[in-house]
Design a protein around this ligand. Sequence first.
Ligand code: AMP
Length: 438
Amino acid sequence: MQFTDLGLSAELLRAIGEQGYTTPTPVQQQAIPHILAGRDLEALAQTGTGKTAAFVLPILQRLTNPLASPLQKVVHTAPRVLVLVPTRELAAQVLESVRVYGAHTGLRSLAVFGGVGINPQIQTMRRGIDILVATPGRLLDHLGQRTVDLSKVQTLVLDEADRMFDMGFIRDIRRIIEKLPKVRQNLMFSATFAAEVRELAHAVLQNPALVEVARRNAPAELVTHTVIKVDQDKKRDLLLHLFAAHGWHQVLVFCRTKHGSDALAKKLEQSGVRTAALHGNKSQNARTRALADFKSGKLAALVATDIAARGLDIDSLPRVVNFELPNVPEDYIHRIGRTGRAGASGEALSLVSSDERIQLRDIERLLKREIETSVVPGFEPQHTHSTPRPSAGRPPAQKPAQARPRTGAGNRSGAPRPARSGAGGAKPASHHSGQRHR
Ligand code: AMP
């Protein structure tokens, strides 16, 4: 699915394009149609899933669509959308999203939160705003001083509702809700469905649509992420090399397509790696057998598509290999969620060719960090398009003046043996040249 399939306006698609996004994340795919249709929504989605755009985009669309909002021609001064958030940092982030995605809509927005002067907020509000993002405490201050008018609110968003509970805002939220028109659209986003969140949902939401994007099974921190840069046409050989060099067993390999999974599984099998493919064209019997054989250790590799891998429950899977990066960054989280479960450490290794740099950038944005990059001697990519990537916090790594001299042209087999780490695993990272390619 593409953003263009969601029925968003040209102004919004333009702003989305300017961000470099083409594919909506799962929470966006699921939530946007409901919100556009005017329904209430209860969404279980964590930060990092793209949840902000999931509510900001359809809200902007409804505010600019004269059919959904017949009073549009009237100049509004009071906000028609209220987004309640637990912290000032989140308020600033949500406002930023509203402004980025709404850049071509002409809608006006403001964030109010404590710790800064109230007067500039009052002045901006007087000039008129469409979307108000607020922390509960400061909004109550404004209500107390009658410097905000909530009587025109058509849509209420409770973002990170569980954190608002944790921070003790529930009574404030109830007081604020009392000031809103009774008929309105309500959207609630939460990372968990704790009992008190359910209770609030029950009290506030009217016949809500439910959207649940898969939890991150493994916190990204528990998993070692590595990118190996390699040319597309060398990926299969590299994968075989890694199996041979490290004696890998129980590796879940992800491909983007059914055809690609079949072709890769065949190649691995022909080269002596016991492999099965798992995808939607396989019969249920074949899938069950493949999974059982993989779990019992009969198969060293299971090559799967994203859809087929949903719901796979394999205990202590040591390693996931992304033979190709997913188009939707959220799928990367799903994939790595197959390893590092229950606190065990796991490894997510991605073979990335130069044509996948956009996907890699999006994944790093989602993870809010850069992924360590390396090359395997003998498989150095010939097609290196170095693109400047926005820093995810760390200063750019120093590029080594010269790659380490190779020991000879035929060093695929002569590559240094990986250092053993602990009882089981060979760490591919230690096998690499250790260069960072930025
Ligand atoms: P959020 O879950 O709203 O905090 O979003 C996490 C990150 O994902 C933000 O940096 C967004 O800019 C980014 N993001 C949101 N939607 C998309 C998308 N469709 N494709 C790629 N990145 C996205």
